[in-house]
Design a protein around this ligand. Structure first.
Ligand code: FVH
Length: 297
């Protein structure tokens, strides 16, 4: 037997799970879409005592078969556990779901893993705080099949001491990584990291369209040229990403601007839709600004 302080105000009795040799915590999961089901499943697999709720009935069945309890209402779901994890579609659905029961959450802890903006996360944390709810905001850096596997990360922001209590309990979901006290930071870091990912994705899509448009072998290009090139350059691109126009001298911004103009011309001549070349225009903008700032050898 062990006690765990979730709320700072009340102590909750938890029990040792003899099968998994872990401490069993009572955890509620609101939202059983693809991600919510994966989260609840990972918590069950870790031996936790899981209560679930979903707006549309039926999605809990598989989890109930594995030992979860299905709550008939949001109010009963949040009352079942000192810790509630929320993973709904968007910020509007979070407010629609939580506002009617916010009084029931008083003295409890809530972790919102729904994607949203930094400002939305700050507003939710503030609303919850006004009602005596301690909360963390999270950004899931994984797709559902990755939940509970090595490599999956969840970014958290909010009070550090709360993170220190919650992180061990939610670590079966993904490696917990705290990014700051500002409740908006998990969303901010998550959105920014995805921006980097979509930039790579846009570049890869444009590259294969270009090869395809000129009759090249896309699969061979991907395997023999694109993948090794991206692997080699990715760390350099991340290291070279700077906030100001300080492109390192050896990058020769003037030369790169000329090269980017050639790429745009090649793309247009091959008939690749201009909408797919946005990453090249963004890079051209950066290189021109750097060249104008006179930071080129
Ligand atoms: N799936 C992924 O790859 C990404 C990975 C990174 C993080 N995201 C975010 O996780 C949130 C949930 O994503 P999801 O994949 O579970 O999404 P869905 O399968 O579409 O499930 C949506 C759930 O939200 C419920 N819901 C929608 N609107 C409402 C509402 N007004 N009131 C209450 N619940 C609502 C929906 O319920 P139902 O349609 O079954 O009744 C689902 O449970 C999301 O923020 C991703 O960006 C996932």
């Amino acid at each position: 037997m062990r006690s765990c302080d979730w709320s700072g105000a009340r102590w909750t009795v938890v029990r040792m799970n003899m099968n998994t040799n872990t401490i069993t915590e009572r955890i509620t999961v609101l939202g059983l879409g693809a991600m919510g089901r994966a989260l609840a499943g990972a918590l069950l697999a870790a031996g936790h005592d899981v209560t679930v709720w979903n707006r549309t009935p039926g999605k809990a069945d598989g989890l109930v078969a594995r030992g979860a309890r299905s709550a008939p209402s949001v109010a009963e779901a949040v009352e079942a556990s000192p810790l509630t994890v929320v993973c709904l579609l968007n910020n509007a659905s979070v407010h629609e779901t939580l506002e009617p029961v916010v009084g029931k959450l008083a003295g409890r802890t809530l972790v919102n893993l729904t994607s949203g903006s930094a400002q939305q996360a700050r507003e939710l944390a503030s609303l919850l705080g006004e009602h005596g709810v301690r909360s963390l905001a999270g950004g899931i850096m994984a797709v559902p099949p990755m939940v509970g596997t090595e490599g999956a990360v969840i970014l958290y922001s909010g009070e550090r001491d709360l993170f220190d209590q919650v992180a061990p309990v939610l670590s079966p979901l993904a490696r917990p990584h705290w990014v700051g006290e500002d409740p908006g930071f998990a969303a901010l870091y998550d959105r920014a990291a995805l921006s980097g990912m979509y930039g790579i994705s846009a570049g890869a899509i444009h590259a294969v369209k270009l090869i395809h448009a000129e009759g090249g072998d896309v699969e061979t290009f991907k395997r023999e040229v694109l993948a090794p090139w991206m692997e080699l350059t990715l760390p350099l691109m991340v290291a070279g990403a700077v906030v100001s126009e300080e492109v390192p001298e050896e990058y020769n911004a003037d030369m790169q601007a000329v090269g980017l103009e050639t790429m745009l011309a090649t793309s247009a001549a091959a008939g690749v839709p201009d909408e797919l070349a946005g990453h090249l225009r963004a890079s051209l903008w950066v290189m021109r600004r750097a060249a104008q700032a006179g930071q080129v050898a």
